[in-house]
Ligand binder design. Structure first.
Ligand code: NAP
Length: 471
């Protein structure tokens, strides 16, 4: 895949970049490793100062950064502005919380026959971040803010279609005051990832991306015995039960499916509706979807911009055609408009069967699958019946049912009567083929820390390992 900025609203290639040579890549890794040695000599308070400065820079440059993101991957300008703001607040969150997240955690010294025992969180070194284009700033910041605050340094291999966003992120951290090389954008293709992972200076990797990329990176990292966090695809269920507020559910369903032009890992993708309210929900939902304005992503009145690539748009349409050819019914949308740009209309498809691609695959565009179920247990069966397990939503006003959904939905996140969202305060990640490990909260920061056990005794026989057994 060429490293280039191509405007998805027009299909025009605006800027192309040469991939780094092997020597340039090696230099970049060296700089990032040296920066790690420098960060080891800094305090968390110093790093917090730089992280807050990064937040200021993001906020100050918000509109220009948003314009670049919209130009590179087609999200609406309004959504891009909101993404920049969210990133600035995540930087501030980690600047503020890192001292407590990284503080020594005392353990029960008596139970382990010590005079003192505790857990210390320390950085591990250079971490490779392989990132996708769909939230080109947020996906990177939710790795970079906790990693840099912990004292690690980062190598960013961003998606090949968002090189300008990658470079501006490197620039933001440098201008904020982090040592030269603490956060380095690598202009390389995905074929370089295996080589980077085999470099001994690189200690771990995080990927946000497809299942295919996840398998490949996990394989390389497994060979090298390096830790990975994988945030992969999803096909989130959105279950609507009879007690739900249907108007609100249909409104949130529309946003949850079409946010980011339908290209979000935690977008609700499969709408599983109890038969008692199916017809009423379907009517409201299809009407809302059909009313969305599709068009120029820079126009502040636009709800849905183009998909990020021609291939992505064609894939979404192929999934819809497969369903229709096998007997599914389209309630709205279903045909890409003529003309330039990679647009796809908000679409609702029902009468799906397990033989269809839409039943089992992730649909990365504004296309909703609508499923009728006749009971709670059938809703859970359909909801959990894919290989994914990232986010999930359930709409019910019955407290007992809310409790059951919280336990029974096989996913990394369960949102009841609201849209699945990522918050710096809450852990984020999936189960099954949606990946493993967690980002955000204290857990996200500690994924790339050495969780070190420290046991201190007085050397007396009564304490020094007495009664314990060696492993
Ligand atoms: P993708 O093809 O996997 O690309 C993501 C990143 O991985 C890019 O930097 C890409 O580089 C790189 N890559 C691709 N194949 C690779 C390989 N074999 N080895 C190493 N690196 C590789 O993903 P996408 O289709 O662009 O993005 C959409 C996917 O990401 C969806 O499945 C979505 O659900 C998932 N996603 C998950 C989350 C989450 O938090 N769980 C969030 C957002 C998106 P190139 O661009 O150079 O190919």
């Amino acid at each position: 895949m060429p490293i280039a900025t191509t405007n998805p609203a027009t299909g025009q290639v605006l800027k192309t970049y040469e991939a780094m040579s092997t020597e340039q890549l090696d230099d970049a890794i060296e700089r990032t490793d040296l920066a790690y040695q420098q960060l080891l000599g800094t305090t968390v308070e110093q790093r917090a100062g730089w992280m807050n400065a990064a937040a200021d820079l993001l906020e100050g440059d918000r509109d220009e950064i948003a314009r670049i993101m919209t130009t590179e991957m087609g999200k609406t300008y309004v959504a891009a502005q909101a993404e920049v703001t969210k990133c600035a607040s995540a930087c501030r969150f980690y600047a503020d919380r890192a001292p407590s997240f990284l503080a020594d955690e005392p353990a029960d010294a008596t139970a382990v026959k010590a005079t003192r025992a505790f857990v210390r969180y320390q950085p591990i070194g250079v971490v490779l971040a392989v990132m996708p284009w769909n939230f080109p700033l947020w996906q990177v910041i939710r790795f970079a803010a906790p990693a840099l605050m912990a004292g690690n340094t980062g190598l960013l291999k961003h998606a090949s279609n968002v090189p300008q966003t990658a470079l501006l992120l490197e620039d933001v951290f440098r201008r904020a005051g982090f040592p030269e090389g603490a956060f380095t954008a690598l202009l390389v293709g995905s074929d370089a990832v295996d080589r980077i992972l085999s470099d001994p200076r690189v200690r771990a990797a995080t990927l946000t991306g497809s299942e295919r990329a996840g398998r490949s990176i996990a394989q390389s990292a497994g060979r090298e015995l390096k830790k990975t966090v994988l945030e992969l695809g999803g096909s989130d269920p959105f279950v609507v039960m009879p007690s739900a507020d249907l108007d609100r559910a249909a409104e949130v369903a529309t946003t949850a499916r079409c946010q980011n032009n339908g290209q979000s890992c935690i977008a609700a993708k499969r709408f599983i509706v109890h038969t008692d309210v199916f017809d009423a929900f379907a009517e409201k939902f299809a009407a809302n979807m059909a009313a969305l304005r599709v068009g120029d992503p820079m126009d502040t009145d636009t709800d849905v911009g183009p998909l990020a690539s021609e291939g992505g748009r064609d894939e979404v349409h192929a999934q819809v055609r497969d369903a229709v050819d096998n007997g599914a019914t389209v309630l709205c949308g279903g045909e890409p408009p003529a003309g330039e740009g990679w647009f796809y209309p908000p679409t609702v498809v029902t009468d799906l069967t397990p033989q269809m691609r839409m039943w089992r695959e992730e649909v990365f565009g504004p296309v909703a699958g609508l499923y009728r179920v006749s009971s709670y247990s059938e809703a859970i069966e359909v909801a959990n019946g894919t290989a994914f397990g990232l986010g999930s939503n359930a709409w019910t006003r019955d407290p007992a049912e809310q409790e059951r959904f919280a336990t029974d939905l096989d996913a990394g996140n369960v949102f009841i009567n609201g849209m699945t969202t990522s918050f710096p305060e809450l852990p984020f990640g999936g189960v099954k083929n949606s990946g493993y490990g967690r980002e955000l909260s204290a857990l996200g920061m500690r994924e790339f820390c050495n969780t070190k056990t420290v046991w201190v005794g007085d050397g007396a026989a009564a304490s020094a390992g007495a009664g314990a057994h060696a492993e």
